[in-house]
Ligand binder design. Structure first.
Ligand code: COI
Length: 364
């Protein structure tokens, strides 16, 4: 691990990963907004995307009639770049994020950004902010947040004719305080839904996250850092956490189980972990998971770009009519063996410490 003070004194400061003069240690970044050098911006006008432009100021000058503001015509993505031991920086599966953003665009009638344009823009913005990529060994990453929204004005309900595609970058550490070493307690949200059965749950549109703000903040106040949603129609099957996908592990059967539902966001981390689990000899089941099946899991994980692989220590279900509580506990609130293994496998690939056999790392 490089010590931050040593990095500040480096004569090559500014050009190498991990040399930005942040006032906090690289090993303890958390997940919060921090200023960086620039973001990259493309504008869509008259049916065409402009060339990418690096912009210093973290502001946009937006028309007050922009469809993003009124009708929620906006989607985003989340991916990460990592510094390897040799100082080179790699981004994890950016083509997958490009494809998912394209699917969000199709659903809310926005122009798609071609995959090549998306990946080029990622490379451009990461290169311009290379000193903000946390150093190898710090356990941090450069979080990359692409955002695409309707910037043109409409007052009747219809898609805009102008759009903005922005990618900002932020150095981050653990999303949930304590990371892998501290399993989080989850609570089931029984009086709100995240996504309707035929709604927009399977795409990464901004409104999905707005819908979760109230229940999520309420759960946090009650002492549950993470909330779990059930299917909206029957309230009987597990869908996903506010921030991430759900995975249940049965160690005796070597089973990796994750919900299959039209209203769950297809997580790229989950897809990667499913591949790793198969490579490790697990049976992967993508299917409905009834709430009562929580009993059968030895380990429960929240998985996603931001949360990586977060162990879940318990899931509390409150009966909305009686108020009775049932608490499902996993692994004595300790990190489970499979959770640890999956985390280590995916992080080793991202850090360039093991063979990238599926070709997931893209050089910046
Ligand atoms: C991500 O994991 O990248 C997300 O976009 C989830 C968000 C709640 C931070």
């Amino acid at each position: 691990v490089h010590s931050p003070s040593a990095l500040f004194m480096s004569s090559t400061a500014k050009k190498a990963p991990g040399t930005a003069k942040l006032d906090i240690p690289w090993e303890d970044l958390g997940f919060e907004f921090r200023p960086t050098n620039s973001h990259v911006r493309l504008q869509y006008k008259e049916g065409e995307w402009s060339a990418p432009e690096l912009v210093k100021e973290p502001y946009v000058n937006l028309h007050i009639g922009a469809t993003a503001l009124h009708y929620g015509q906006a989607c985003f993505e989340g991916l990460k770049a990592f510094c390897h031991e040799d100082g080179e920086v790699y981004c994890f599966r950016p083509e997958e994020n490009a494809a998912r953003m394209q699917s969000s665009c199709r659903r809310i009638l926005m122009p798609e950004v071609p995959t090549e344009t998306f990946v080029d823009a990622v490379q451009k913005v990461v290169r311009d902010n290379i000193e903000y990529v946390p150093p190898y060994g710090s356990n941090g990453a450069l979080y990359i947040r692409p955002l695409l929204f309707g910037s043109g004005p409409r007052i009747g309900l219809q898609p805009a004719d102008e759009y903005m595609f922005i990618i900002m970058v932020i150095p981050v550490g653990d999303y949930y305080h304590g990371g892998l070493s501290k399993p989080v307690d989850a609570i089931v949200i029984s009086d709100f839904d995240r996504a309707a059965p035929q709604g927009v749950g399977d795409v990464k549109v901004a409104g999905n996250y707005a819908a979760d703000l109230l229940p999520n903040m309420r759960s946090k106040k009650k002492g549950f850092p993470i909330s779990l949603y059930l299917d909206a129609k029957t309230q009987s099957t597990v869908e996903e956490f506010s921030t991430s996908n759900f995975v249940g592990i049965n160690n005796a059967k070597k089973l990796y189980v994750t919900p299959k539902s039209r209203s769950v966001l297809p997580s790229i981390t989950n897809k990667s972990l499913m591949q790793i689990a198969r490579d490790e000899g697990y049976t992967v089941e993508e299917r409905e998971i009834s709430v009562s099946e929580l009993e059968d899991f030895d380990e429960v994980l929240a998985v996603g770009t931001a949360v990586v692989v977060t162990p879940v220590g318990s899931v509390t279900v409150v009966d909305p009519t009686t108020g009775n509580e049932k608490v499902y506990e996993f692994g004595n609130h300790e990190l489970g063996e499979t959770t640890k293994r999956l985390y280590q496998r995916v992080r080793a690939i991202q850090n360039g410490e093991t063979e990238d056999r599926h070709g997931w790392n893209v050089k910046i």
